[in-house]
Design a protein. Structure first.
Length: 371
């Protein structure tokens, strides 16, 4: 250690070991400490890290710079990454992480309290608990890669406190409301799509991506193989579903088979009417000229039909999936069976989402007087 009389500060010089890549002796210098004690403490900490092999050479790269470098690298390394997932990563990085004060910080300067402040700022800005949790999970993954790249020694996002999720039950329509909605849908050419949604619990993208080659009406089943999704304004069809459990066979009730048969006849008439203008890739549900459906169009149509006449209680298109689950459970289906039909990754997910329905249905069964 030595003092700098000109600037009234202290500094240190340390020679330690060899650089692994070059074999040259490693030399460390740093000045600007106010006291001899501060300089001594800093050099002691440095020597400990060097002895333990935990020393990481300081980097000037910011979190934002590294995140934008990490994204295409992740895309190249994980070919199984879904386009929607990658798009979500890009959106969170560009809209939330990079513009934030945290994004402008050097990776080596970020501490846990900075991450906590970042999370709090997201909540104050009106981001929902689910979104904040996803952003923090992504942040942790990015910073973990920086640790592997030996840009930092520890992950400051590890174990970050995440906002609690609401314990409120999912919203579903009562059976009479479902019946009213399906009656309205029967007046529209795509009414069968909504009927199949309620009878099977298929997701919007799965319904839009369903092809006749996936349907076996004689055996009364469909195989879910693909999904149509919107990514950055473009509609893509993915050959894989949301999870491995999503690739599944769904049995069809007599009502579902009847709905598909009726729709098949209707589509046949449209094919004849369109003649050479008919454009098809074999999708079950299409526009009048055979083109595959845009998922956003299906959502808008659902909203229009919900408000038609006497408006039904608010519900998203995904809410039809919840209605399907509640109807299955009400009919006595085991929750494990419902989990498989919905394509959940585990029964625990189904229990978390619909456990309250199981309890309600069980109570109604108990309340029924003996005959």
């Amino acid at each position: 250690m030595r003092s700098d009389a000109k600037h009234g500060s202290w500094g240190y010089y340390l020679s330690h070991g060899s650089e692994p890549r070059t074999g040259q002796r490693q030399q460390f210098r740093k000045t600007g400490f106010k006291t001899k004690r501060e300089a001594a403490s800093a050099v002691a900490e440095l020597k400990t890290k060097l002895d333990k092999g935990t020393y990481v050479k300081p980097t000037s790269r910011t979190l934002s710079e590294y995140a934008l470098e990490w994204l295409p690298r992740r895309e190249r390394s994980d070919k199984g990454l879904r386009a929607t997932t990658l798009n979500g990563y890009r959106r969170y990085i560009e809209a939330d992480i990079s513009p934030s004060p945290l994004g402008g910080m050097k990776l080596t300067d970020i501490r846990r309290y900075h991450v906590a402040t970042f999370a709090a700022d997201l909540t104050k800005a009106g981001r929902g608990a689910v979104t904040v949790r996803r952003i923090l999970t992504l942040l942790g993954t990015i910073v973990a890669s920086a640790v592997k790249d030996e840009l930092i020694s520890a992950n400051p996002a590890l174990g970050a406190d995440k906002p609690a999720l609401s314990d409120g039950p999912v919203k579903v329509w009562e059976p009479d409301e479902v019946r009213t909605f399906l009656m309205r849908c029967s007046q529209h050419r795509l009414g069968a799509l909504f009927e199949i949604a309620v009878l099977t619990g298929l997701r919007r993208g799965e319904l839009c991506g369903l092809r006749w080659s996936d349907v076996d009406l004689a055996a009364g089943k469909i195989t879910v193989r693909r999904s149509r999704v919107t990514v950055r304004g473009r509609v893509l069809e993915q050959a894989t579903t949301k999870t491995r459990a999503g690739l599944r066979t769904v049995p069809l009730s007599d009502a579902a088979v009847g709905a598909l048969l009726s729709w098949q006849l209707w589509q046949g008439q449209e094919t004849e009417a369109a003649a050479e203008a008919w454009r098809t890739e074999g999708h079950v549900f299409t526009m009048e000229d055979g083109r595959a459906l845009d998922p956003s169009y299906v959502t808008r149509l659902f909203s229009t039909l919900r408000r038609k006449g006497e408006e039904l209680p608010p519900l998203s298109f995904h809410g039809l999936r919840h209605c399907a689950a509640s109807l299955m459970l009400a009919s006595g289906a085991d929750i494990a069976v419902v989990s498989k039909l919905l394509g959940h990754a585990s029964i625990a997910i189904t229990a978390d989402v619909y456990g309250h329905l199981v309890g309600t249905i069980a109570q109604k069964a108990v309340d029924v007087p003996p005959t």
